[in-house]
Design a protein around this ligand. Sequence first.
Ligand SMILES: Nc1nc2c(ncn2[C@@H]2O[C@H](COP(=O)(O)OP(=O)(O)OP(=O)(O)O)[C@@H](O)[C@H]2O)c(=O)[nH]1
Length: 312
Amino acid sequence: MEKENRIKVYIITGFLGAGKTTVLNSLLQQLSASKNIVIENEFGKVNIDATLIAGKIDNLYELTSGCICCSLDNELLEVLGDVLRMEDTPDHVFIETTGIADTGNIIGMLQLPEVTAHYELVRTVCVVDAENIQDRLVQQPEPGKQIACADVLVINKIMALTVPELVSVYEMLEAINPLAFVTATESGELKLRDLHAPVTRSPIPYTPAPVEHLHKINTVLFTTPDAFNLNMLVYVLDFHCNVYPDQLYRIKGYVSIQDSDEKFLVQSTGKYLHITAVGSWGEETPASTLVFIGKDLKSATIQRILQPATKR
Ligand SMILES: Nc1nc2c(ncn2[C@@H]2O[C@H](COP(=O)(O)OP(=O)(O)OP(=O)(O)O)[C@@H](O)[C@H]2O)c(=O)[nH]1
């Protein structure tokens, strides 16, 4: 393939709940005239993010058999191969990583000669949750690595910050990655102009991670055919998000609520919890699926916390 005709690839990275899907949706909406493919890698077997994509896409690949940055089976490379065999190849491929991905490894894969022959990695975007990034940098190694290898840093959710706090986040990002273009947003919006702002890059060598999972973060899946009592569910989730923010990083999923025909989306990041009705269940049988992501989470604990919220 001619160099200039290669398929453009964008990586969207950032820690759990930072706003990757929201930024991706903003880009897809601006690129609705082109052919876009999204590759979603979700940490955990159930891919909630895939249901939250709201822009125009021509194909969605969901990679749920592990974190692509350190899984040996090279699912990402297989998908990139499949894309090349499509009759009508896309203009853009967006790769949304898991919140705990070692982005450098993914960049490395995209620099393999067999990949660069057909694909051009244009930008790596790292979305940063302005409110909790300082804590996360202390608690976990992943956010710092994600920031370090990005071309574009998007400081998201800035509404909750004072100006001096925002300046301090900005300075901290600059200290970690002085080469990146930094922009701030209230609502997960990234303008194409900023996506393509000039940046300086240092090459990242491909060093495949060991096979065993590197991350100290785990996920617990809770499913039940029972409907939740909405007040109790809000109470128990809100309580645990506020009391254990250092252990419980992210909750997401869809739930069935007692005496309601609607499907509810549950999302938490840090101490914030949102439970919103998102319409009817349609053909689906109402049931609840919640994914919990955090440090040393135990399935038995999650069961114990949630069971009372299914009582009437
Ligand atoms: N206030 C505010 N909330 C936001 C913004 N962007 C995202 N959110 C909320 O933050 C939560 C996480 O957003 P996502 O875009 O799903 O984040 P993500 O990084 O894709 O999440 P994971 O894939 O689970 O790591 C959701 O509840 C969003 O509604 C923003 O700019 N401002």
